[in-house]
Design a protein around this ligand. Structure first.
Ligand SMILES: [Cu+2]
Length: 126
């Protein structure tokens, strides 16, 4: 707009047109770049926590918000993955069963197996 005003005042119609062209191409560039910017975010990852020999492995896991975590029970008896403050709860996972939780909110989530409270793990969502 300023370019047009200046162009009118000083009688440089070409300059005004050039500015308008620059503005238009900047808008086009932004429209082109914005979808690319959203794609620049790495896609959600899937992390696996293996439950074996009464242990979560890895016991400490760091993920990004939006990632999924799959617990897999490799023991021949049931376990749970239950957040201490009940932010998630797998319920009983029998042998070879998996349970998936999508980590939507940032935070630190200590968890246990309710059947064997000595089993401890922690998920940190960044
Ligand atoms: Cu257990």
């Amino acid at each position: 707009m300023n370019g047009l005003v200046l162009a009118c005042r000083y009688g440089w119609p070409l300059h005004g047109r050039a500015l308008a062209a620059v503005a238009a191409s900047a808008a086009a560039l932004a429209a082109f770049l914005c979808p690319m910017a959203s794609h620049a975010q790495p896609p959600a990852a899937v992390h696996t926590v293996r439950i074996e020999a009464m242990q979560f492995s890895p016991a400490s896991l760091e993920v990004r918000a939006g990632d999924r975590i799959v617990w897999k029970n490799a023991d021949p008896f049931p376990h749970t993955a239950t957040s201490v403050d009940r932010k998630f709860d797998s319920g009983n996972m029998t042998a070879e069963k998996t349970w998936t939780w999508t980590a939507k909110q940032k935070g630190v989530y200590p968890y246990i197996c309710t059947l064997h409270p000595g089993m401890k793990g922690v998920v940190t969502v960044k």
